[in-house]
Design a protein around this ligand. Structure first.
Ligand code: IPM
Ligand code: MG
Length: 367
């Protein structure tokens, strides 16, 4: 059987430097665990725009459709702020999500013991936190038509449309129930059924799918109340399922509960391909952080943990994913901290690449 294939798209800002650390991890698996990957690399976002005048070249899009998994760093930066909307770096990422039909975006928010003091919330509120947000990623207001800025009378009107079909809700709900079955068997669905028809339909379809998962305790919450509960007592949640826009907001809020955006990975999954693996893209939740790019300050852990998610969800290598996650935990327990996590006493400041090396050393020690 041929090696599993990976397409690496480092992107912009800190993307390339955090991805360089992931390459060390991938190489380690090839050398020490006999898990070789066929890795190719290409451009996305501003980097692709600079070279091709588009944030995602058609050839790169085609390549992404054929590989077993795509790993993406980050896109965007101030240099591209004034570009036309259609060629902004973010459009490259949105095109990948849409054309690969990556409808289920898994965003875990896990609080590492060593970092519990780092949260802006009290330690007992976040210590041991382990929740999973499943965000619908290919529909809703991000893609709904009509959209645009039109003239109406003597002023302009900005229009976006929230739109969900039953099948779109059904499939993401199923992904969330399946995950809940493998975790704490609790699922909370969030929408705004009190003001939005799309929310009413969302609630009905999720409830219907729930009948097929009697073991999962299903609850519903308005998304604003959900935001409030996430800050008040996040440990009440196990899996949360929500739409594209609410998921964007709620996952940033959940991420910050854990202390650092630099720690959180994500997986975006679509339908199974011929080989049974799902279409998949893995990326850190953080952005391109142009203010610290190129200074060795970036935390590579979110990107490294995104690769761990690839091991788990694309390659069915749960034990190797556990190994990598434990290695990261060990490095943090040893007091190694990148610039985003400094502040406590008795910790050792490390650069982006020293953090990558430390994770590799911890992987070595795991053998
Ligand atoms: C995210 C980001 C993206 C989004 C941007 C970069 C288009 O905020 O992945 O959460 O809004 O989905
Ligand atoms: Mg976001």
């Amino acid at each position: 059987m041929s090696n599993p294939s990976l397409l690496i798209l480092p992107g912009d800002g800190i993307g390339p430097e955090v991805m360089a650390e992931v390459r060390k991890i991938i190489d380690w698996y090839g050398a020490k665990r006999d898990l070789a990957f066929d890795v190719s690399e290409d451009l996305v976002g501003g980097a692709a725009y600079d070279k091709h005048g588009t944030p995602l070249h058609d050839d790169t899009m085609a390549k992404a459709q054929t590989v077993d998994a795509v790993l993406l760093g980050a896109v965007g930066g101030p240099k591209y702020d004034n570009l036309d909307f259609s060629v902004k770096p973010e459009r490259g990422l949105l095109r990948l999500r849409k054309e690969m039909d990556l409808f289920a975006n898994l965003r875990p928010a896990q609080c590492f013991d060593a970092l519990a003091d780092f949260s802006s919330l009290k330690k007992d509120v976040v210590a041991g936190l382990d929740i999973m947000i499943v965000r619908e990623l290919t529909s809703g207001i991000y893609f709904g038509e009509p959209r645009g800025i039109i003239e109406e009378g003597n002023e302009r009107v900005g229009i976006n449309t929230q739109r969900y079909t039953e099948s779109e809700i059904d499939r993401v709900a199923r992904s969330a129930f399946e995950l809940a079955m493998k975790r704490g068997k609790k699922l909370c669905s969030m929408e705004k059924a009190n003001v939005m028809e799309s929310g009413i339909l969302w609630r009905e379809v999720v409830t219907e799918v729930g009948k097929e998962y009697p073991e999962v305790e299903l609850s519903h919450m308005y998304a604003d109340a959900g935001a409030m509960q996430l800050c008040r007592w996040p440990k009440q949640f196990d899996v949360i399922v929500t739409d594209n826009l609410f998921g964007d907001l709620l996952s940033d809020a959940a991420a910050m509960l854990t202390g650092s955006l630099g720690m959180l990975p994500s997986a975006s999954l679509g339908q199974p391909m011929e080989n049974g693996r799902p279409k998949a893209l893995y990326e850190p939740v953080h952005g391109s952080a142009p203010d610290i790019a190129g200074q060795g300050k970036a935390n590579p852990i979110a990107c490294i943990l995104s690769f761990a998610m690839a091991l788990r969800y694309s390659f069915d290598m749960g034990e190797e994913a556990d190994r990598l996650e434990k290695a990261v935990e060990q490095v943090l327990a040893d007091g190694k901290r990148t610039a985003d996590l400094l502040g406590e006493e008795g910790v050792t400041p490390v650069s982006t690449s020293e953090m990558g090396d430390a994770v590799v050393a911890a992987l070595d020690a795991s053998l």
